[in-house]
Design a protein around this ligand. Structure first.
Ligand code: ADP
Ligand code: MG
Length: 692
């Protein structure tokens, strides 16, 4: 671990006290060692944890209201005082319940007891007596009834003032009596609230009109009577918002501190010389888009200071991030330093190497590839030249993380498809230089809210604009019965236009365990001998060795192959503009962002492109939602939002993104605006500037 990778930051809110208190659960009334142990098993370790144990719901209870008023409000939990009008014991040996009629002011209620109609019990009810009764009122009956209510026979007529109360209901804990929690929490609150550290600056509470921590907890645990339920509802919302905001704010403070720490101590190389970039620009066969120019200008600015750049470049598939990366690399190289470009697959690393070659060759800038499947001699040579500083640019896969990989002066690390890597991996590469700059790129756009939660320590740049002349990819969802027609169409189109196609399958080889999924090996053979006979087919999947993969990819890029049958190894980064057809078999087994990445392999030139999904026969509800969303739009940002809402943040980011904090109160989607506010406030507080 290096300075740039502090331990993961916890997202969960914790409470702190201004003065030490004994916090053992056993100190609370009614909680013995056994109960305390059971609570600890459930993660409630002490009294502070108990204060953060939230009610599952609230129950309004109407006390001593007049009968008719209760009926009008359809109040369900009630406590009433009334006079017994009739007692109707069941006939002997009958299974009918005991029924008692109670006159509550102007309304009649029916009280019911099953299996309790023994004489001693029945005798307790005498017409004319007064009773206090508490329980759930069933309005569907006539007269409205209560089953097995708590009750008390009163001596004389007692009158009490009508009022409403809110009762918190905590989720039950196994082997902990439900009735223990409310008084224990009340007691803990009374003991601790005066010493609770507030945690939020007063001006922010005021600005957002939020209550103090103690007040918020008081509302949440209902430690004062409420008559007005609407007022309670409002106060509860603000109280919860307060906790949500604090949770986000704490996280953003920590992230901002990390952001500052990374910049303070650091001595990144100042990269001010830019001629090489300008030379390179002349060699690029197209005009950069406005967003590309802006991105490069921002990066060039970042690189010119001692503060190491930490920038995440987000741009939809095909938006042209590679050229931005190569121009950034050129700046570092022009200043006499080294650059490492990291790609998640060998196919992509090799493609970048080809692109770099096309640009850098004429300028006499050496570069090399470093991937797992290289001949040892080639690899040794590359390592030696890197260590001596003779090699300004290296492009590689995970092979770059290895210890033997050393640099003379690594000034810039570029991580392509950065969502495919963990934070630690990224940092292990950064550790190979002296505070190098970082440019991370991703085509899985992360919705802004989530980006802020996870990448609070990165600056964000967006490329929204696509290169000119791009047409939207037409997307169609077809079922298996239409496959023959689709194959005919593909064949005819390729023969007429010379365009190329991808066929993507979920499996490498047929598997009994997944009988309804198609495999690339089987299908390629079937297509070659049948529906696509006469076309030149190639096969590409992860079990092939590096050189073989590269050879196939190279032939596809040169248009020596018409149809590339592949697994999702072509998912990221692959760029062959002449390919216009993307056929995906069993699309129902792929995730939304994966589908979007696959579709992004076409529509890279100016010809009309199509993406055809050949779905299995039965789709789950989730799969249907995904595919419907996918057909409807090809805007990656929109799809990312949908994906996030279907899968939730954890799944959306995948296991690699260990960076996502777990929140106790906040929900990154639902509470996005609080997250945004928290980020701005934290940055304003520590940086004096919220805009970065
Ligand atoms: P991605 O953002 O998905 O990595 P690439 O960098 O692979 O996209 O670019 C996609 C394709 O668009 C490439 O063929 C690239 O040469 C081309 N391209 C990039 N920028 C432009 C531009 N400004 N004008 C025209 N074509 C461009
Ligand atoms: Mg790319």
């Amino acid at each position: 671990m290096t300075d740039s990778s502090p331990p993961a930051i916890a997202g969960r809110l914790t409470l702190h006290l201004a003065h030490p208190h004994p916090l053992g659960l056993e100190r609370l009334k009614g909680i013995g060692p056994k109960t305390a142990a059971r609570m600890r098993e459930r993660g409630i370790l002490d009294q502070l944890h108990l204060l953060l144990h939230m009610p599952r719901k609230y129950r309004p209870t109407y006390r001593f209201w007049p009968g008719q008023a209760l009926l009008e409000r359809r109040a369900s939990f009630v406590e009433v005082i009334g006079q017994i009008s009739h007692v109707l014991p069941p006939a002997r040996h009958s299974r009918a319940p005991l029924e008692v009629r109670l006159q509550v002011d102007d309304a009649e209620f029916k009280l019911i007891w099953f299996n309790l109609a023994f004489p001693g019990f029945v005798k307790r009810f005498r017409p004319g007596d007064w009773m206090r009764v508490e329980g759930k009122l069933d309005h569907e009956r006539d007269p409205p009834q209560m089953v097995h209510p708590n009750f008390e026979i009163l001596r004389g007529e007692e009158t009490r003032a009508p009022r409403t109360e809110v009762v918190p209901i905590y989720s039950s804990m196994e082997e902990v009596r439900d009735s223990l929690l409310p008084p224990a929490i009340t007691q803990a609150f009374e003991l601790l609230h005066a010493d609770l550290q507030e945690g939020l600056p007063a001006h922010l509470l005021q600005e957002h009109q939020l209550p103090t921590l103690a007040d918020a907890l008081r509302v949440i645990h209902v430690l004062r009577p409420y008559d007005d339920l609407e007022r309670f509802r409002q106060e509860l919302i603000t109280a919860r918002n307060r906790l949500i905001y604090q949770e986000f704010f704490d996280l953003q403070l920590a992230l901002t501190e990390r952001y500052i720490a990374q910049r303070r101590a650091a001595q990144a190389p100042r990269l001010t010389e830019r001629t090489l970039g300008r030379e390179l620009l002349k060699k690029i066969p197209f005009e950069l888009t406005g967003d590309q120019k802006k991105a490069i200008a921002t990066i060039a600015d970042d690189l010119s200071t001692r503060v190491p750049m930490r920038r995440l470049l987000q741009g939809d598939v095909g938006s042209g991030k590679t050229v931005v990366a190569l121009l950034s690399a050129a700046i570092a190289i022009a200043n006499g330093h080294q650059v490492a470009i990291l790609a998640p697959t060998e196919i992509l690393a090799r493609q970048h190497a080809r692109n770099a070659h096309a640009l850098f060759e004429a300028l006499d800038i050496p570069h090399a590839l470093l991937v797992g499947s290289q001949p040892a001699a080639e690899r040794r040579d590359t390592l030696a030249r890197l260590a001596q500083g003779d090699l300004p640019l290296v492009i590689g896969t995970h092979a770059l993380f290895q210890n033997e990989v050393r640099f003379q002066s690594l000034a810039l690390v570029i991580v392509d498809e950065q969502h495919k890597f963990g934070v630690d991996q990224r940092d292990s590469l950064l550790a190979k230089g002296q505070d190098p700059h970082l440019l991370a790129m991703t085509a899985t756009p992360i919705p802004r809210s989530l980006a802020h939660a996870v990448f609070g320590d990165l600056d964000l740049t967006l490329i929204r604009e696509k290169p000119p002349g791009r047409k939207p990819v037409r997307t169609e969802l077809r079922d298996r019965s239409r496959a023959p027609k689709i194959y005919d169409y593909v064949k005819e189109r390729i023969q007429q236009t010379g365009e190329q196609a991808y066929f993507v399958y979920p499996l490498v080889e047929a598997s009994e365990a997944a009988a309804n999924r198609r495999s690339v090996t089987e299908e390629a053979e079937r297509l070659a001998n049948g529906p696509l006979k006469g076309l030149r087919l190639g096969v590409l999947h992860g079990r092939m060795d590096g050189a073989a993969k590269d050879a196939v990819m190279q032939r596809f890029a040169n248009a020596d192959i018409d149809v590339l049958c592949a697994t999702t190894v072509v998912e990221v980064g692959v760029d062959v503009p002449n390919a216009t057809l993307m056929i995906i078999e069993n699309p129902e087994v792929f995730g939304l962002s994966q589908l979007h990445q696959l579709r992004g392999r076409v529509g890279r030139g100016s010809a009309d492109s199509m993406c055809i999904l050949i779905a299995g026969f039965t789709l789950t509800e989730d799969a249907e939602r995904r595919l419907a969303a996918f057909v409807q739009t090809d805007d990656g940002f929109e799809l990312a939002e949908t994906d996030l809402s279907i899968r939730g943040p954890g799944e959306f980011l995948g296991v690699k993104q260990a960076g996502l904090p777990e929140f106790r109160f906040g929900d990154v989607l639902r509470d996005a605006h609080w997250l945004q506010a928290a980020r701005q406030d934290a940055r304003r507080l520590l940086l004096g500037d919220a805009s970065r």
